[in-house]
Design a protein around this ligand. Structure first.
Ligand SMILES: [Zn+2]
Length: 175
């Protein structure tokens, strides 16, 4: 089964896999099994402990910000359409299925199911009472800070890792 959005991107040449190069929106990517990330996270966790979540947030922030900077000019569409596209692109990257639940200029609520991070941290068997999707948290902060042109904070308030039915993120304009 291939996602409808993926089919569309393949048709318009925005998703290509040729000669060992995978490209989406003209940006090269890598498809790795979750265990590869697990090994990386295990090493980071051994060295940095729970600081790994700050590291992931920071990486996510840069990822989100760069995604917007590098793709903004490609779309002559409304901000909402653009946001829907960037969220669908994230879903396509295997980052789970994100959905915008509500959106205003000050506050956005996003729900995420099938988070790969939850799976990775479960495989790692670490014990923590905090949500684990810091990478996505950072991504949303980066995306919305860049689109809204002001610092937008992001907080994961529910997480499947903590037995919530889904992961939920509140993104807010920073006071
Ligand atoms: Zn989560």
């Amino acid at each position: 089964m291939i996602d409808e959005y993926a089919k569309k991107l393949i048709n318009v040449g925005e998703l290509k896999i040729t000669s060992g190069v995978l490209e989406m929106f003209g940006r090269r990517g890598i498809l790795l099994p979750i265990t590869s990330y697990q090994y990386l996270f295990e090493i980071l966790f051994k060295i940095f402990g729970e600081k790994i979540f700050d590291i992931l947030y920071e990486c996510g922030f840069k990822h989100g910000k760069t995604s917007v900077i590098e793709s903004r000019e490609k779309f002559k569409i409304t901000r909402r359409e653009y946001l829907d596209n960037i969220i669908r692109a994230g879903n396509l990257m295997g980052l789970g299925e994100a959905k915008i639940i509500s959106i205003s200029d000050k506050k956005i609520i996003i729900r995420l199911t099938n988070s790969p991070m939850v799976e990775i941290f479960k495989k790692m068997g670490i014990k923590t009472k905090r949500p684990v999707d810091s990478f996505e948290e950072g991504i949303f902060s980066g995306i919305f800070s860049e689109i809204y042109r002001t610092k937008m904070s992001s907080k994961e308030t529910k997480c499947v890792f903590l037995n919530d039915p889904y992961c939920e993120f509140i993104i807010e304009r920073q006071k």
